[in-house]
Design a protein around this ligand. Structure first.
Ligand code: PHE
Length: 342
């Protein structure tokens, strides 16, 4: 083992390291040359076999080679780490000048918007909101409202029955008796909002579920003019300050007299058009004075109290306000439809 062998080894090892292409080749080079079982250390083991006078010089030469290779390796290792990092960062590069992605904002459903407006109008007139069950007793939905079993008026509403005495409420009027019994004489001035259900064919004009808002006001001095005043104010708040209402005689078993309330056609303003069938008026809701039997069922003395009641279909009101043609849109969750109301 000579100095020349050592030099030749050093140059060969450096060449080898230079041609190592990636981290694993560099690691392999390290194991081959500089680890404890590596070639550089083999040279150290040779030292002892040399004649004593050569040991010192050769030993120094071996140490220099090892140190030299270690330095070159350290550099190469650092370089390769830096290259790997640069490569990773290049892959993660973000173009900060790109426009950001538009986030889609949600909004309140058109029904919710109108419902809240309706609440506001009636809260402003001293009404409170009273919620009553959707799954209801036949008693509250029909019987207590002056529609005993086999009453023909029951056929006006196709009902989903759960069993003989339990059903899905067909109108919010079902909450009238509950509100009267619960709140007691003198304090009933409520609106009853919520979903109602009828077993009807689904068409552009009718759904199996729909919202109603019921109004009920009972007291010793309540009269028909209160009904007119409340409903005129309501119509103006929702359909414009110049709105007018019209009352037509009608029939409901739970009101006497009963009326159908119209507003001026929102499309033609009363001139007459296809939407109002050339009458100039659109039907808005049903109403009347609470029938004495219903007052008694609610726990009121019908000789000393009177009540006004009205019930409106909320989908219909939203249709009229926004010129929507198909009631089924309300429950389809089509974001293209809903986006129009954000
Ligand atoms: N409940 C009636 C309906 O669904 C509406 C109504 C409510 C009529 C209150 C008069 C009084 O058609």
């Amino acid at each position: 083992m000579s100095q020349a062998d050592l030099d030749a080894y050093r140059l060969a090892a450096i060449d080898e390291l230079e041609s190592a292409a990636d981290k694993s080749a560099i690691d392999a080079w390290y194991r081959k040359h500089l680890s404890s079982s590596g070639q550089a250390n083999q040279f150290k083991r040779q030292i002892g076999k040399l004649p004593p006078e050569e040991r010192r010089g050769f030993g120094q030469a071996v140490n220099e080679v090892v140190k030299n290779l270690q330095d070159i390796y350290d550099n190469r290792h650092k370089e390769s780490e830096a290259a790997a990092l640069a490569q990773r960062l290049a892959g993660e590069k973000v173009d900060v000048t790109l426009p950001s992605r538009q986030r889609r904002r949600g909004g309140l459903h058109p029904l919710t918007q109108t419902l809240r407006e309706i609440y506001q109008v009636f809260l402003g007139m001293g009404f409170t909101v009273y919620e009553s069950p959707h799954v209801e007793l036949d008693y509250f939905n029909f019987e207590a409202l002056n529609m005993p079993p086999h009453h023909p008026a029951r056929d006006m509403q196709d009902t989903f029955y759960v069993n003989e005495s339990v059903l899905l409420r067909t109108h919010t009027s079902a909450g009238q008796i509950r509100a009267m019994q619960k709140l007691g004489p003198g304090s009933v001035r409520v609106i009853l909002p919520g979903l109602c259900y009828r077993n009807e064919d689904v068409t552009t004009r009718s759904e199996m579920q729909f919202h109603q808002v019921e109004g009920l006001l009972v007291g010793p001095d309540v009269r028909m003019s209160d009904l007119k005043g409340v409903l005129l104010q309501f119509a103006r708040a929702l359909f414009g300050e110049d709105q007018a209402i019209r009352l037509r005689g009608s029939y409901f078993p739970f009101t006497e007299p009963s009326v159908e309330v119209d507003i001026r056609c929102t499309l033609c303003g009363g001139e007459g058009c296809r939407m109002c069938k050339y009458t100039g008026w659109l039907e808005l809701l049903g109403a009347g004075l609470v029938h004495p039997t219903v007052l008694e069922n609610g726990g009121y003395d019908a000789t000393k109290n009177r009540g006004i009641a009205f019930g409106m279909g909320v989908e219909r009101i939203v249709l009229l306000r926004h010129g929507i043609k198909d009631i089924r849109q309300f429950f389809r969750n089509d974001s293209r439809f809903l986006a129009n109301f954000r």
